[in-house]
Ligand binder design. Structure first.
Ligand SMILES: [Zn+2]
Ligand SMILES: [Zn+2]
Length: 395
């Protein structure tokens, strides 16, 4: 940034007397003070520059350094005064060119001029007391600075198919999250003037509805102080900027409805350098045509023909990972269950482990029975004439 000439900034001649400097400064400071121009960034910049110029030109010693080098810094002052009266430069380092309004100490700012005899270093506080009727004293009570705060977690539902819940899934989702404001670093302000908090209208409390009840809560934007610094113009004081982010997520194999999958650092942004919250994906698993799930076990029912049940057979059964062979022993009854070990769902806790699959068989008859089959069944009935309901006391 090109340095502006301090004399030009104050609108005075190079040989201006201390009185003229003071007068020029008062006039300009009154015009550009942030309290008079709330929210006006350029006025604030202007005010900083005027104050910076006055701090140098209004101080006899610094002015000499400035006149000689065309700029002022502590190093130049030291170089110029080497061998000069010790102690006379005490406190002279307060006003470096990189003047920072935010860190400005309203009470002590007059001190640098204390050693000068010309009267050019009149107390900064004095000037503001008479400019604003003592309001400078009030300014010393700062609203509390916002503290670093980890971002909130976000929960997002995700629907996935039964198959995807078994195999796991890599996918991209769009998350409506936020990030720390780049302009104020999550503070919500950039150290401007103190204004009444617009969120709570100065009361320090906000109303929050919880069901049919209303709660009073400490205002989140001013921490209950009712006053805050002029909100950051970029984030409007929240300290956060909204961000629609595409996030790559990995859903592990074995999730069920209601599983919470954590995606670290993809929650709401943190404030004042604190880390962001996490994103939690809450899974909702769809139904399957054939399989049902209980814990990590899978249940399926398969039909069996009469000869397969009676004579035994080797049949194919579906599993979540394709077909499997199942041996049906002779004399199998309808409703009998068979276990296929480790053909169930991978365990979320230990991917090496799997649940089992249970196959329930159901004996079915063909839809249409031919005359020949009827003859065979009649013969079958003659051969097997015992009553299966005899244990129920039925004839
Ligand atoms: Zn508030
Ligand atoms: Zn901001």
């Amino acid at each position: 940034m090109a340095k502006q000439d301090y004399y030009q900034v104050l609108g005075i001649k190079r040989d201006a007397k201390p009185d003229e400097i003071k007068k020029a400064y008062r006039r300009l400071a009154r015009k550009h003070h942030p309290d008079v121009n709330p929210g006006d960034k350029s006025a604030e910049e202007r005010f900083k520059l005027i104050t910076e110029a006055h701090d140098v030109i209004g101080d006899e010693k610094k002015r000499k350094v400035y006149d000689r080098f065309g700029q002022y810094s502590d190093n130049l002052a030291e170089a110029a005064s080497r061998g000069a009266t010790p102690g006379s430069g005490a406190g002279g380092g307060r006003t470096a060119p990189g003047f920072d309004f935010e860190g400005f100490d309203w009470g002590a700012a007059g001190a640098p001029g204390a050693g000068s005899t010309s009267g050019g270093g009149s107390s900064f506080r004095d000037i503001f007391s008479d400019l604003f009727g003592g309001s400078a004293a009030k300014q010393e009570r700062e609203p509390p600075r916002p503290q670093p705060k980890r971002g909130k977690d976000i929960e997002m539902p995700l629907a996935l198919s039964f198959e995807e819940s078994i195999t796991g899934l890599m996918t991209n989702i769009t998350v409506n999250r936020s990030e720390q404001c780049t302009r104020c670093n999550g503070a919500g302000d950039t150290g401007g003037s103190i204004v009444t908090c617009s969120t709570c209208k100065g009361s320090g409390q906000v109303q929050r509805a919880g069901g049919r009840l209303k709660f009073s809560q400490e205002c989140p934007d001013c921490g209950g102080a009712g006053k805050r610094r002029q909100p950051c113009s970029l984030c409007k004081g929240s300290g956060l900027l909204p961000k629609n982010e595409t996030v790559k997520i990995r859903i592990p194999a074995g999730v069920d409805t209601g599983s919470r999958v954590r995606i670290a650092g993809k929650g709401e942004g943190g404030r004042m350098g604190a880390p962001p919250g996490d994103l939690f994906i809450i899974t909702n698993v769809g139904r399957h045509k054939h399989f049902t799930r209980k814990g990590d076990n899978i249940y399926v029912t398969v039909p069996l023909t009469v000869p397969e049940a009676a004579l035994g057979a080797k049949i194919e059964v579906p599993t979540v990972e394709g077909k499997a062979q199942l041996r049906i022993p002779p004399g199998t009854q309808s409703g009998q269950k068979f276990r296929l070990r480790e053909r169930g769902v991978p365990s979320l806790r230990n991917p090496q482990l799997r649940g089992d699959q249970f196959v329930e068989v159901q004996i079915t008859l063909p839809d249409v029975i031919s005359e020949e089959t009827k003859e065979l069944l009649k013969r079958y009935a003659q051969l097997n004439s015992e009553n299966p309901r005899i244990t129920m006391g039925l004839e």
